[in-house]
Design a protein around this ligand. Sequence first.
Ligand code: HEM
Length: 181
Amino acid sequence: MQALVAGTIGDFLGANPSALAFVQAPKPAPVSYSTEEYFSVTAFKLIDSAGKATFIRYHIVPDAGVHTLDAEEVKKEDPDYLSKDLAKRIEAGPIGFKILAQVAEEGDVTDDATVHWPKERPVVTLGTFKLDSLLANNEKEQKYFILDPIPRVPGVEPSDDPLLEMRAAIYLWSGKQRRAA
Ligand code: HEM
């Protein structure tokens, strides 16, 4: 990727086809957070008990299936419809997701989120989880929440994708600003 010294966003996208591909990809709004699929985008490195590393990318799939709104439908929604919907759905019962992982092969690019792995790479199920309640003091907790894209867990390591360290630093800075506000 080239450094952006001066120029327009158009110049930047012209010089960086992978950024242009992301901008042009369709991004329909979900019906609900519980009908959206989620991707880790960056790769992670799982280490087995013998010390062998396997690179994976997470893909989290909703039990309710993926459902999106078209451009006209989304215009009719409240600006905060996703948060309101989530609270309502959790009251009605737990919301389930499956955690899948696409497994890289030797030679696949693992340090550049813009390079997709071939569709034929195997996808395995790692587990499931359920969202079953909101925190009692949700509003207050949100102020103290700091997202960390690097899992500080033995056996689950970041890949060498530079996005991870950079995001961890930005989110810590952003979280500190929020706590201080
Ligand atoms: C793989 C690429 C990325 C993914 C998957 C990602 C994902 C996310 C997620 C899930 C959140 C939390 C949203 C929430 O709390 O509701 C977030 C927050 C944020 N992201 Fe990213 N992000 C990515 C790249 C970036 C980059 C490249 C930047 C900046 C250069 C960035 C800047 C931020 C900031 C400033 C926040 C708010 C942090 C906070 O105040 O807690 N992100 N991102």
